[in-house]
Design a protein around this ligand. Structure first.
Ligand SMILES: [Fe+2]
Ligand SMILES: [Fe+2]
Length: 385
């Protein structure tokens, strides 16, 4: 029986879809003239309380990216829900088996960027994959054959710009408009409130322009430091954005019972009398829960403790504590020093942040929350131990 025209399978997370994806698909269409090219967005593993973009949302963005590109109206291009419908991580050999059944007589090509190729040595059932399909890769500038390992593949003609989805997501979390994301896709993200657009819009209505900028800068620094601490960038960005969400409430409004519950009632009367401004941290956590729907305990802890700190606070809480103090736009000299230190030695930056906060508190006189002092003591004990 004669062989039919090839079928191209393009797997990835498409979170978000960008011009690099479209360019790769367009090149593959030009070169192979297939009967079909399927974008196959994979299932994304959810964090405890943090849902990644659903397949439906990513498919919507991908459709928009296609609509506004040179691939608009190409009948052979389609989006497959096969992997997402399995509700689990699907291996490439399974996806290929699925398409082999659908197209028994077509040669299959599995399309990817050259950086994915480098990880091929760790894929499951590699021999089976290579028997079922030809790997088709778009090479990026600076690509080295050595880094690609031993996977045999067919390179597409030309070079393709590097566009890392993780850094695009970071920009989107902060409301940036990365040029690698098509304009129609950016508009849709805004309209649907994706990539924290909903949260940013809500927050903007609660804060002055100055404080909103500070929140964005705190989120930016938290995002930058999160990977080095093994933290989810999205959680870091959202906790950074929300940490001061109650900062501009009038003191009388900070004294509600729900906010009192967040402090655990600890020293509540004294805080109200001596340093009511500190209440914005616990109140912020309560507002993050009630108004922004944050259920994640690490994020709530980070907002609760960003002002005082506390011994034994979690990694995300430590990150927000440092990012708040050292965010760009802070007008005291130590901020820049702590920011610079945080990139090299986060533990040292955390100790320095505690030192700076306490020095300011002591030099201005008055009452200091015992949690801040306990944090100081716990850090001294660790240093000796
Ligand atoms: Fe604050
Ligand atoms: Fe702050």
């Amino acid at each position: 029986m004669p062989e039919e025209k090839p079928v191209i399978i393009y797997g990835g997370s498409f979170d978000p879809p960008h011009k690099g994806h479209i360019a790769l698909a367009a090149a593959a269409l030009r070169e192979l003239k297939p009967r079909a090219l399927f974008f196959v967005p994979g299932f994304r593993t959810p964090f405890k309380d943090l849902q990644p973009l659903s397949f439906g949302e990513r498919a919507l963005l991908l459709k928009e990216a296609l609509r506004s590109s040179a691939l608009a109206g190409r009948r052979e291009v389609a989006i497959s829900s096969f992997e997402a419908a399995q509700r689990r991580v699907v291996y490439t050999y399974e996806t290929l088996a699925h398409f082999r059944k659908l197209y028994p007589r077509s040669p299959l090509y599995f399309l990817m960027g050259s950086d994915c190729l480098a990880g091929f040595g760790k894929w499951k059932r590699r021999r089976e994959i290579l028997k079922k399909a030809v790997l088709l890769a778009g090479l990026r500038p600076g690509y080295s054959m050595k880094a690609a390992g031993t996977a045999p593949f067919r390179p597409l003609k030309g070079l393709f710009p590097r566009a890392a989805s993780s850094s695009l997501r970071g920009e989107l979390f902060l409301g940036g408009k990365p040029p690698a994301v098509p304009r129609g896709v950016l508009r849709l993200i805004e309209r649907k409130g994706l990539y924290l657009a909903r949260e940013r819009a809500l927050l903007k209505g609660m804060l002055s322009a100055r404080r909103f900028r500070h929140s964005l800068e705190t989120a930016r620094l938290a995002l930058e430091l999160a990977p080095g601490l093994g933290l989810s960038p999205q959680k870091a960005a959202l906790a950074g954005l929300l940490h001061d969400c109650a900062r501009e409430l009038k003191p009388a409004r900070l004294a509600g019972p729900a906010f009192k519950a967040r402090t655990g009632g600890m020293l509540y009367g004294t805080i109200i009398k001596e340093a009511p401004v500190l209440l914005h941290a616990w109140a912020g956590a309560e507002i993050a829960r009630a108004k922004f729907g944050v259920k994640d305990r690490e994020m709530l802890e980070a907002v609760s403790l960003h002002a005082t700190g506390a011994p034994g606070m979690g990694t995300l809480a430590r990150l927000i504590y440092v990012a708040d103090l050292a965010a760009a736009g802070r007008d005291f000299a130590e901020a820049g020093l702590v920011r610079e230190l945080a990139g090299r030695d986060f533990a040292a930056a955390f100790r320095a942040a505690n030192y700076v906060k306490l020095s300011y508190a002591f030099s201005s006189g008055g009452w200091v929350h015992p949690l801040s002092v306990s944090l100081w003591n716990s850090l001294q004990e660790k240093k000796k131990g």
